[in-house]
Design a protein around this ligand. Sequence first.
Ligand code: NAD
Length: 443
Amino acid sequence: MSDRYQGFVSSPIGKLLVKNLGLPSPTALERYTEGAPLVDGTVALGGDGRLSGSLPTVLDDLGIAWSLPTAGEKYKALVFDATGITDADGLIALQEFFTPLMRSLETCPRVVVLGTTPESVSGSERVAQRALEGFTRSLGKEIGKGGTVQLVYVTEGADDATTSTLAFFLSPKSAYVSGQVVRIGAHQEKDAAPVADWTRPLEGKVALVTGASRGIGEQIARVLHRDGAKVVGVDVPQAASELQVLMKELDGDHLTLDITGKDAPQRIAHHLSTEHGGVDIVVHNAGITRDKKLANMAEDRWASVIGVNLSAPERITRALLDEKVINDNGRVIGVASIAGIAGNVGQTNYAASKAGVIGFVDSLADELGNGITINAVAPGFIITAMTAAVPFATREVGQRLNAMSQGGLPVDVAEAISWFASPGSTAVNGNVVRVCGQMMLGA
Ligand code: NAD
């Protein structure tokens, strides 16, 4: 399941061909290793808005070195507070800060622009804040060197809720997330304890992960465990032995069932409340594809995909909420797909189910209460057994059509989920974040 093209372009003959034929040359992405500092280098701070006063303290809390830009220095990351920009003329501050720094970036650099949620302001300020989207999405496409660029809109009143989001976007945990626009809104939290240890933010939390025996689900289980959670893995009976081995390794618990079973929501709710006293994090990862063009689509292919990918997460969440099994300040996390945003040939059933997952986030975001949040990831091309089944040519195109010219790894999706799951992400609600290397398809 490795990326053979990436291996080839780093060989001597590959390098020669890349140079002469203008072929894409993917940078080997840096990924987080347990115990490593969040940022291996210095963050340059810029901008003049309502967040600039608190940013140094946030970075200090995370153990991240920062400075104001100095000529001749190299930077691993740039953070620009654009909340002070109130009209189009003010946008020049972006050019003034970024242009001199673009040649001073180390490999796999990180850029985060902080803005004010446009819908919360009006007139020229709303115009200027909305303009930040075009800026960040374009910079994401041109930064190169395995770099990522994000726009984080912070609603007034949520100024002190940026720490978990900066920890994610400034670190190698966000290796394959770029060109994203995230909204941090007002606090959802209900008497939550602050994060005591940023290296194990999920300490004491119970996490349910469906489809946990392999692929992306396995990595979600591993990362949530690394971050301190007790994982309860769910998978179908055919995957029972892999699931048991993994959960034993992670000191977790397992439940073998088909999530589309009539009594599955009640069985899950009963197990979580009797064995674990409730659940803090619910990750709806299990998913299937049954591709066919609509002209050839049999009813069972349609129904099974909608059943596993969309109806089961809805029914399970509803049961857990109705039976009050999700603890206060809980996290519900869906797994959508780029196909649900851009559409894909042969995937009317799958894309409908995954766009439905986005609707599921929208429908519950304002309704949950008790500090519970709901968000989703939308993976692009992630190298797993699911994508290994894609025909070679389509797979090659799928892997290259993004700003990083490579597929992502399951761990990239898992890291984004752990950011949503963090108790520090109390004001991160209703977001759908793509883990796609800024794929050219879709918005
Ligand atoms: P995978 O096929 O490797 O793993 C899916 C897991 O879900 C398996 O362990 C499977 O047994 C389990 N599962 C399937 N049906 C189930 C059911 N009815 N009840 C319980 N468990 C069930 O797939 P993956 O690539 O790891 O994908 C994980 C999720 O990510 C899916 O929701 C998928 O749609 C989504 N996704 C994947 C990609 C990608 O590129 N791999 C891209 C976008 C979205």
